[in-house]
Design a protein around this ligand. Structure first.
Ligand SMILES: [Zn+2]
Length: 119
């Protein structure tokens, strides 16, 4: 087995062979660096999703269910390809979740928007 080194600073490790870090400081710095990488990589998609939710929230106001023109969302900059989930209702309509909101194609030009009821 190769002599183990600290994943973060590459210092040779003493003692237990299953150790990955030379110190708690290296462990913390390594985990911090990992989190930063993920943060940067997901930032753009998170922004699209958050923006989509804002658009739905503004259009729906206090409605729990609303029929609207697709073009309204398009003009607001809605990104239809970004969603947080999909479900089919009893009529087999496909709803696209954006967090606590969802939209489904009602006709070619119309969308049904729904907001999940508060818990
Ligand atoms: Zn180290």
């Amino acid at each position: 087995m190769a002599s183990s080194i600290c994943i973060f600073c590459k210092a040779t490790l003493q003692g237990r062979s299953d150790k990955k870090f030379c110190s708690i400081n290296c462990k913390n710095q390594y985990n911090y660096a990992l989190r930063q990488t993920t943060k940067d990589e997901v930032k753009e998609i998170d922004a699209y999703l958050h923006r989509n939710r804002e658009i739905l929230s503004v259009i729906m106001g206090n409605y729990k269910k609303l029929l609207t023109q697709k073009v309204v969302l398009e003009r607001a900059g809605f990104r239809f390809e970004y969603m947080t989930g999909i479900y089919h209702n009893k009529e087999n309509k496909r709803f696209h979740y954006v967090y606590d909101y969802a939209w489904a194609e009602f006709t070619n030009q119309e969308l049904m928007l729904v907001k999940k009821s508060d818990k």
